[in-house]
Design a protein around this ligand. Structure first.
Ligand SMILES: Cc1cc2nc3c(=O)[nH]c(=O)nc-3n(C[C@H](O)[C@H](O)[C@H](O)COP(=O)(O)O)c2cc1C
Length: 310
């Protein structure tokens, strides 16, 4: 047996630099009851024949059900299905209560509102360390391209948006494209990209805090006590990933856990103060070409867009 020399948490953090989508893989058990499990390990394998794969933890409740299932379905979640993802990341319990679905091949549940669905026949199951790798042959599929996929990056839920091409190096706002140069979505996207680019390195260099940990500290500084579960929803981090941010913050003395409740310590409050200073200085820098009146107009306009009923 080879001994694992590297740190497991750090290895997971390194893997988190590779963003994925989020799926719920479904099947039925021997009684025909629906079974489902959140998985980000889904990937394409082959176009002809049409093969896909995912891997399941050998410790998962549904492992033996998927191992022997003849059919399964891959439900690719869209951006407004974070709740579904969290629900199916729970262990064992009846996850289909209050979930709308229809039955696909072999009875495998097809969840409503997904960006894509692949109905598969199990092709082969391979050993993969502490996981099983399940390869499926896609017999049927459908997709709804009007939906934005849910993404998962660095232990947090995320959404995808087009990369503002050229923005990273470009110093001028204008691209020369008359439409784009005045198109609000493009401008907001480019502005966010530019804004974030300098901020995150400052947080890491100045305070040794990742954006994911910053989110946890900020939420707790507003309401100092939260259960892990509420914090997981507010921080958009699934429980297991949140636990890692929490453990790191606990180790540096920024927060403590009392009866399953998370509380920011005095050290945590001081850390939040430093983070706010970094963020405020960064904002001041980013808005330095605007008058205070222009800044107010900008913020009011953004708020009114956010509050608009869709
Ligand atoms: C975003 C996300 C991605 C996940 N990806 C996987 C995965 O690829 N494989 C896996 O076995 N578990 C994955 N999990 C964890 C399972 O969803 C979790 O262990 C769940 O309890 C499994 O269900 P079960 O125990 O009822 O079988 C993921 C969880 C989340 C939140």
């Amino acid at each position: 047996m080879t001994e694992t020399k590297f740190d497991k948490r750090d290895f997971r953090t390194a893997l988190g630099q590779f963003p994925t989508g989020v799926t719920v893989i479904t099947t039925v058990d021997e009684n025909g009851s629906p079974i489902g499990c959140t998985a980000s390990s889904f990937n394409s394998v082959s176009i002809d024949p049409a093969l896909v794969l995912w891997s399941i933890d050998k410790g998962a409740f549904s492992k033996s059900i998927f191992e022997s299932a003849e059919y399964f379905a891959i439900n690719v979640l869209s951006e407004n299905q974070v709740e579904i993802s969290n629900k199916f990341a729970g262990r064992g319990e009846d996850k289909f209560k209050d979930v709308s679905f229809s039955k696909g091949l072999g009875g495998a549940p097809l969840l409503t509102g997904c960006g894509a669905q692949f109905e598969c026949k199990t092709w082969k199951v391979y050993e993969g360390g502490d996981h099983l790798i399940i390869v499926g042959e896609v017999l049927k599929y459908k997709h709804d391209d009007s939906l934005t996929p849910l993404a998962f990056s660095r232990g947090s839920y995320a959404i995808t948006s087009a990369h503002p091409s050229g923005n990273v190096q470009r110093e001028q706002a204008e691209t020369g494209n008359e439409f784009l140069d005045n198109y609000l979505l493009y401008l907001m996207n480019s502005a966010i990209s530019k804004y974030r680019q300098d901020l995150y390195p400052k947080l890491i260099d100045g305070c040794d805090v990742t954006p994911e940990q910053w989110r946890v500290v900020t939420i707790l500084s507003n309401t100092p006590v939260h259960t892990l579960k509420t914090l997981s929803i507010l921080a958009m981090q699934p429980l297991e990933d949140l636990s890692e941010s929490v453990d790191t913050l606990k180790e540096r003395g920024a927060l403590t856990v009392i009866d399953d409740k998370l509380v920011l310590t005095d050290g945590g409050m001081a850390l939040q103060k430093s983070l706010l200073e970094v963020a405020a200085q960064h904002e001041e820098h980013m808005l330095s070409d605007l008058s205070s009146e222009q800044t107010n107009v900008l913020k009011t306009a953004l708020k009114s867009i956010i509050e608009m009923e869709s």
